[in-house]
Ligand binder design. Structure first.
Ligand code: PAF
Length: 290
């Protein structure tokens, strides 16, 4: 496995691979890797001849007062994990490499970024799309793999890639969960033991909503009430939002006549946790009133 912090090395190596007919799968990360990231790497491995992972804690996607300085950095442990997954190149640039003096161009997807996490994290998605666009241009991947956990990010990256005709196909992978259902995230490490225990109620709430819908409940307000009621059993968690949205446009769903995505964000102490689940329309025979 090669590790490059220099952009020209990453460009030269990936260019050489492409010139002899290799396909390149790319997994952008901010490090502090867990099984969720490794599932993305494995997906890239099954689809492409060469796999590149970037590790870069991107300052542009952290707002003032967010966790940029305390974000976990463990490059050696990360490289150990990636080597055992057979990754070909880890690109771990410095902020000065990605944002050299005079850098003044930003990529912004409008609309999709206005609500949900975008509402409370202004500038966050602009930072994500800017760095992903730059990384795509450096690596030149055939596919780029993203997790469904950051569902809004996935939709935003998909839209940017489509609108700007960027090279990679965007591949999405399911959320990887802890045994109690909590979605894996590098930020889970911030949780106190009590917060960590209560964080499991997020997924319990989402599955309770799925069960209620399965029994015929189609009213989205009633389904939100189910989520809020489960979450009330975890007093250390504060609801930031719970929304049912169209999975592509992220527009609020009016009703359950087609598949929607339920997205939730909660705050535990100073840690923001997000999760989501797909909700299918109810089977006709189970609709309330039938
Ligand atoms: O999901 C992440 O870890 C980051 O937002 C990403 C895509 C690596 C961009 O910095």
């Amino acid at each position: 496995m090669r590790v490059a912090d220099c952009e020209s090395d990453a460009v030269a190596l990936t260019r050489e691979w492409r010139s002899v007919g290799n396909t390149i799968g790319f997994v952008p990360t901010m490090g502090a890797l867990h099984e969720g990231h490794l599932s993305l790497v494995r997906e890239a491995r099954t689809r492409c001849g060469k796999v590149v992972v970037s590790i870069f804690v991107n300052p542009a996607q952290f707002g003032p007062g967010e966790d940029l300085t305390r974000y976990p950095r463990m490059i050696e442990a990360d490289c150990g994990l990636l080597a055992s997954e057979g990754v070909d190149l880890v690109f771990a640039p410095t902020p000065d490499t990605v944002y050299p003096t005079g850098f003044s161009t930003f990529v912004e997807v409008t609309g999709l970024t206005a609500g949900l996490c975008g509402a409370s994290r202004p500038g966050h998605f602009r930072g994500v799309t800017t760095v992903c666009c730059a990384l795509f241009n450096i690596i030149g991947p055939d596919i780029a793999v993203f997790g469904e956990k950051d569902f809004q990010q996935l939709a935003v990256i998909r839209r940017m890639t489509r609108d700007l005709r960027l090279r990679p196909e965007i591949v999405q992978c399911p959320i990887v969960r802890e045994t109690d259902g909590l979605a894996m995230s590098s930020r889970n490490a911030y949780l106190s033991p009590e917060e960590r225990e209560q964080a499991a109620f997020i997924y319990r709430g989402l599955t309770a909503v799925t069960r209620a819908a399965g029994k015929g409940e189609t009213d989205l307000k009633a389904l939100k009430a189910v989520f809020v009621s489960v979450l009330s059993r975890a007093p250390m968690l504060t609801l930031s939002y719970f929304e049912a949205v169209d999975p592509d446009s992220l527009e609020p769903a009016e009703n359950l006549d087609r598949t929607v995505r339920l997205l939730a964000a909660v705050v535990a102490g100073s840690t923001r946790l997000i999760d989501n689940i797909s909700l299918e329309p109810p089977h006709p025979s189970r609709r309330t009133g039938c």
